[in-house]
Design a binder for this molecule. Structure first.
Ligand code: KG4
Ligand code: ZN
Length: 350
């Protein structure tokens, strides 16, 4: 693999409800601009694909402009990168159309990136000074990745960068989606993850809830049964509640415990089966402190190092992780060959 020194990439991600562009040099993030649509989708209790498209269209130009503010001449850019999937089709289309226009206008090559590979490599991102989780430690393969977001819950084995094996994934709802839905049941607002985890701090996990797929031998996840169990439990408790605030906190703590245990059970199973040398975490749900604590506890016992991105903006959707991923792809010569055929792949997987 040829090392591409000082390689500068403008990357774009419009996979869901964040319009994002970043400027990276190799694996260093020089700028990362994220325009969140949360306020727009909040009213609907979830992401509305056509509203997402409209907002991406409105904001993409400005977000890119801000991301490349420090670039004095376009000729200093080496390539453009864009997320092609997985994600919402109408949202992905905006980024792809934009990157095609810019590639033609500026005469630059395009690198198409898998959004989940971006999350998987997000720990490799360094700041502009070259500091990051992997700046002092070398990456040692195989690396096991646990990716937990609003759209995905996956265990992925990284044999080397660019060579992955999907070990397991959710069969229904994603973990973040379950947090969001439980928050909705309790009328807590959107997105639910941060609210539920904050309330859980004030409660005790006193309600018994199922740990989905605990005894299944595979490495898949399931959250829809837990979600339904929550719905019944809330209904059952409704008439018995004396202190609503305390009930909310206790219920959030109970749900969080069950959801995290589901992840931990399968993480342990995957470690036992594949013997990884390092663990990486990625996706919006890793903002959850209890999840991180539990993962660290498991890995400490096994003397397994755990890496998470050093900035919260690298957990949730962002183009910086896409730029880092694209740099590795560029070094493998993985560029888009026929730009006119470049299209979104909403169900792209590893
Ligand atoms: O990765 P992300 O930004 O978007 C997707 O690609 O899906 O993840 C967003 C998800 C949402 O479901 C949100 O509720 C969840 O991450 N989330 C959390 C926390 N912060 C965000 N879930 C649990 N605990 C948190 N602290
Ligand atoms: Zn994501």
């Amino acid at each position: 693999m040829k090392i591409l020194k000082d390689y500068r990439i403008l990357s774009i991600d419009t996979s869901c409800d964040e319009t994002s562009a970043a400027l990276t040099v190799e694996d260093r993030v020089l700028s990362s601009i994220i325009s969140s649509q949360i306020e727009i989708h909040k009213k609907w209790g979830g992401v509305v694909p056509n509203l997402a498209r409209r907002e991406h269209e409105k904001n993409i130009g400005l977000v890119i402009k801000q991301a490349i503010k420090s670039v004095s001449q376009i000729s200093n850019l080496d390539a453009l990168a864009v997320t092609i999937g997985p994600g919402l089709a109408p949202a992905l289309e905006v980024g792809i159309r934009k990157v095609k226009d810019l590639a033609k206008k500026w005469g630059k090559p395009i690198i198409s990136v898998n959004h989940m590979e971006g999350h998987l490599l997000s720990s490799l991102a360094k700041n502009s000074q070259g500091t990051g989780p992997f700046s002092k430690t070398k990456i040692k393969f195989p690396v096991l990745g646990l990716l937990v977001s609003g759209g995905h819950t996956q265990l992925v084995l990284m044999k080397k960068i660019g060579k992955y094996q999907l070990l397991g994934e959710t069969l229904d709802d994603a973990c973040g989606e379950a947090f969001d839905k439980v928050a909705k049941m309790l009328d807590l607002g959107y997105p639910g993850g941060p609210i539920v985890s904050q309330l859980a701090l004030k409660g005790k996990p006193k309600y018994e809830l199922p740990i989905p797929m605990k005894y299944s031998s595979d490495l898949n996840f399931s959250f829809s049964g837990l979600k339904t169990a929550c719905l019944y439990k809330i209904k059952e408790q409704r008439t018995k509640i004396k202190d609503k605030k305390q009930f909310m906190a206790d219920f959030c703590a109970s749900f969080e415990k069950a959801a995290i245990e589901t992840l931990i059970v399968k993480l342990k199973k995957a470690i036992g089966k594949y013997n990884p040398k390092q663990i990486v975490l990625g996706g919006g749900v890793i903002a959850n402190l209890k999840l991180r604590k539990e993962v660290r506890k498991v890995c400490k016992k096994l003397s397994l190092p755990v890496f998470i991105p050093n900035r919260k903006t690298l957990f949730t959707d962002n183009a910086a992780m896409i730029g880092v991923c694209a740099w590795y792809q560029a070094q493998r010569g993985d560029f888009v060959k026929n730009i006119s055929k470049l299209d979104r792949l909403p169900n792209l997987n590893f």
